[in-house]
Design a protein around this ligand. Structure first.
Ligand SMILES: [Zn+2]
Ligand SMILES: [Zn+2]
Length: 91
């Protein structure tokens, strides 16, 4: 008896198991602490993922807040969703 092959519906959106998909309590994370307040240094993370980054809450110089327009743009780019890249189960 031949095996019935189930066709998996093609999804354009790849949802990785365990990846954070939170859309609330979003904050803008500085990818590089000394990378400036440019959009290229901005990453949207939810509060939980943000607090789990290795630079968060470190003693010493903390980077300046992103300007409102950069925050807005970053959120737009992220589709108002956490951009956590921790694929091995989120925090
Ligand atoms: Zn998150
Ligand atoms: Zn996360």
């Amino acid at each position: 008896m031949p095996k019935i092959q189930r066709r998996v519906s093609r999804k354009t959106k790849q949802i990785v198991m365990g990846q954070c998909t939170r859309t609330t309590n979003l904050e803008i994370h500085h990818i590089k602490r000394d990378g400036g307040n440019d959009i290229s240094n901005a990453q949207v993370l939810c509060q939980k993922c943000h607090s789990a980054t290795h630079t968060y809450g470190e003693p010493g110089h903390s980077p300046l807040d992103f300007p409102a327009d950069v925050k807005k743009k970053a959120l737009e780019n992220a589709g108002n969703q956490c951009q956590c890249t921790s694929y091995r189960g989120c925090h």
